[in-house]
Design a protein around this ligand. Structure first.
Ligand SMILES: [Zn+2]
Length: 449
């Protein structure tokens, strides 16, 4: 921003100088002004390169952060599925615990029932035994029958006790299972808490990455803003140079004319001197005393070295309106007008046409004129602007590094090779971005081709 302002100020200053000091200016003065503009342009280009590097750095950081974010999101996914696995485990353990509770209750009831049964039988045998024994004895046919019956009773009681023991063992087993389930439950709960905590941390990390990406996006966008500003700067430079070159040509023509006049005057004076000398010699030869009257040696100032005559000198505004295609056989990959920008995704005016061609394909001057910009500019990459006079200028952008074959101030003819196709600046692939401006306003180049 600051650089642009100071740069613009210099342009304004230079421009006011060229307007007010025109008559007194020599070609040397104009050369100095051009040098000053060149220096400013150079400084601005350096700043732009830095801004572009900063933008690329932001892009790199953004890409890296986005990759990090991908890793974090993947980890969040993993932890989320772990969480759902653990909560599944918890649900199962809870179901197991509920089942164990039911089992335990049932076993306890069975034990109680069995204990009751044994009690009854033992009481029957030993307490109320007399009745039972008597019953048994009474109903027995003989002593051995009685013994057999008593044995059976004892066996039943023993069997009851075996079953009871088994049931006690079952109860212990259920209690052990319950304990195990409780341990599992506690572990699953703490695992869940741990995973939930991890997820919270990952979410925080995700937020952090999103904030960083937003910051880098802002930096990248800011760099794009600068390039819009520099677009104006670029055209201001083109106009400034065009004006100075025109002036330079005019002043040089005037100086050439003045020199020619001076030479003519000198020649006339020399002729007069020679004529006088010859006359004197003739007089000497005629032995007559000399009297030098300069025969009116006023033949001078119509010498024809006018070099173009008018104030534009050799600056020939061609501006024919019919231009030649800058890239032969190119495909128009993007027309003039509003479009979705392929890099930023913004809906934006496309101020030229994109001519897609292989890297290194020659770019030709659409028309004759003077090269007013041949440098690097944010967004445009390596760029050439040709001033054709009559307020018409053409721009050729994204030239490959080292592919510019003209320099500022050079006159070019229509169809001369000026550069080679590249993909520098904001470009998705090798192409020549071609613009036509009429009095500073971009127009559809198709109307000129
Ligand atoms: Zn373009």
């Amino acid at each position: 921003m600051k650089t642009f302002v100071s740069f613009a100020a210099v342009l304004l200053l230079a421009s006011s100088l060229t307007q007010t000091g025109y008559a007194a200016k020599s070609s040397n003065d104009i050369k100095k002004e051009l040098d000053a503009v060149d220096q400013q342009a150079h400084d601005a280009a350096v700043k732009q390169k830095q801004a572009e590097a900063q933008k690329q750095q932001s892009q790199k950081l953004k890409d890296r952060t986005q990759a990090d974010l991908g890793v974090v999101l993947q980890a969040i996914n993993e932890v989320s599925s772990q969480l759902s696995r653990v909560s599944n485990d918890i649900a199962q353990t809870e179901a197991g615990l509920r089942q164990a509770e039911i089992d335990l209750k049932a076993t306890k009831q069975r034990i109680l029932a069995r204990e009751g049964m044994i009690d009854t039988r033992v009481r029957m045998m030993y307490t109320d035994g007399m009745v039972s024994y008597l019953d048994v004895l009474m109903s027995s046919n003989n002593f051995s029958d009685f013994l057999a019956r008593a044995d059976s009773l004892r066996m039943i009681v023993e069997q009851d006790q075996d079953i009871l023991q088994q049931q006690e063992q079952d109860k212990q087993a259920v209690i052990i299972t319950q304990k195990q389930l409780n341990t599992d439950y506690t572990r699953a709960k703490s695992l869940y808490a741990e995973k939930a905590q991890r997820k919270l941390e990952l979410n925080a990390k995700e937020n952090e990455k999103q904030v960083l990406i937003a910051k880098y996006n802002a930096q990248i966008e800011n760099a794009d803003d600068i390039s819009t500003e520099q677009e104006q700067q670029l055209w201001a430079l083109a106009d400034q140079r065009a004006t100075l070159f025109k002036e330079k040509t005019a002043v040089e023509a005037r100086e050439r004319e003045e020199q020619a006049q001076a030479e003519a005057r000198a020649r006339a004076a020399e002729e007069a001197r020679r004529a006088a000398a010859a006359a004197a010699a003739a007089r000497v030869a005629a032995s007559a005393p000399a009297d030098t009257s300069a025969s009116d040696s006023n033949s001078g100032s119509d010498s024809g070295t006018d070099s173009g005559g008018d104030s534009s000198g050799n600056y020939q505004p061609s501006g024919s309106g019919m231009m030649t295609m800058p890239v032969v056989g190119a495909r128009i990959s993007s027309p003039f007008g509003y479009r979705i920008h392929p890099i930023t995704g913004e809906y934006k005016m496309h101020t030229g046409i994109d001519l897609a061609a292989a890297q290194g394909t020659p770019i030709y001057a659409a028309d004759g004129g003077t090269v007013v910009v041949a440098s690097w500019m944010n967004g445009y990459g390596n760029v050439v602007i040709i001033d054709h006079g009559n307020g018409i200028q053409t721009l050729y952008a994204h030239i490959r590094d080292g592919g510019t074959v003209v320099s500022v101030g050079q006159s070019v003819g229509r169809g001369d090779k000026i550069a080679e196709v590249g993909s520098t600046g904001n470009s998705t692939g090798p192409h020549c971005h071609f613009e036509v401006r009429v009095n500073g306003t971009p127009v559809d180049p198709m109307g000129y081709l």
